[in-house]
Design a protein around this ligand. Structure first.
Ligand SMILES: Nc1ncnc2c1ncn2[C@@H]1O[C@H](COP(=O)(O)OP(=O)(O)O)[C@@H](O)[C@H]1O
Ligand SMILES: [Mg+2]
Length: 258
């Protein structure tokens, strides 16, 4: 069997136009069947647009071309609910928890029919969610809402997780907590992660895909990319004052001593 080396996701020649703007222009990359693949690039380069195209959430005034496959299965033209049912988990950039509902109600809404929800696993990863089950989601901190957004997706079996900027706007201590959780999650499910915090990238990522000007500008080993200061500066704007976060900020040292 080649199943452990075949990519879990293959994106080939993906073009997305929204309202006449050609946002992605032939993006091609693969996601390995294990570990974290990180999708990088400056603000506005099309990272969220890429994830949304994969999960079938391009806006109505958008147009998608190209190929997106999970294993052998073509994802394009399938409705989002079918993709989710087929094991594609999506944690959106803005978290999208239902502020007026409790934590327990948010979780219950995420249960997929026909699957026994893995509450044990979710509460083991996020004990806070169990303690706060009856609290309204809108009264949680940003970090707790992020935990809810991730926990919700983990109630179900997933073949691939798409996670968009999970540490954005969080305090350093919470960034570390979210990073540790993602590290544990990635031991059992492959993750395509959009992340601007390079310390988090260093800790989690195995492979990197960098977008620039609507196309893939670099792809390869994430740690090699991070060693190339000139490259990260030109592709990500790190160190030029354009990045909204510095490379060493906001996460505890990884276990490899970096
Ligand atoms: N619904 C939309 N309508 C019009 N333009 C959009 C829409 N969504 C994204 N864009 C534009 O597409 C570009 C890429 O956006 P996005 O994928 O959110 O970038 P990133 O996640 O890399 O910061 C930006 O210029 C953004 O303004
Ligand atoms: Mg984005």
């Amino acid at each position: 069997m080649t199943a452990m080396t075949e990519p879990v996701l293959t994106v080939d020649g993906l073009s997305v136009r929204i309202a006449g703007l050609h946002i992605l222009q032939g993006v091609s990359f693969t996601v390995a069947p294990t570990g974290v693949t990180v999708l990088l690039g400056r603000n506005g380069v099309g990272k969220t647009t890429t994830l949304r195209a994969v999960v079938g959430l391009t806006p109505r005034n958008g147009e998608v071309r190209g190929t997106i496959r999970m294993g052998a299965q073509s994802l394009l033209a399938r409705p989002t609910y079918r993709l989710v049912r087929g094991g594609l988990g999506y944690v959106p950039e803005d978290r999208c928890v239902f502020a007026g509902l409790t934590v327990a109600e948010n979780l219950r809404l995420a249960e997929r029919r026909g699957i026994t929800p893995a509450y044990d696993q979710v509460f083991a990863l996020f004990p806070e969610l169990e303690r706060r089950a009856r609290q309204r989601a809108g009264s949680l901190s940003g970090g707790q809402q992020q935990m809810l957004a991730i926990g919700r997706v983990l109630l179900n079996d997933n073949r691939l997780l798409l996670v968009d900027e999970p540490t954005k706007g969080l305090a350093p201590k919470v960034v570390t907590e979210v990073t540790e959780v993602l590290e544990r999650v990635a031991e059992s499910v492959p993750v395509l992660l959009v992340e601007q915090n390079l310390a988090v990238v260093r800790r989690l990522a195995k492979d990197a895909v960098v977008l620039a000007a609507g196309q893939v500008a670099w792809t390869g080993d994430a740690h090699e990319l991070l060693l190339e200061t000139a490259l990260t500066r030109s592709l990500l704007g790190v160190g030029t004052g354009e990045s909204h976060r510095g490379p060493e900020q906001a996460v505890a040292p990884g276990k490899d001593g970096h």
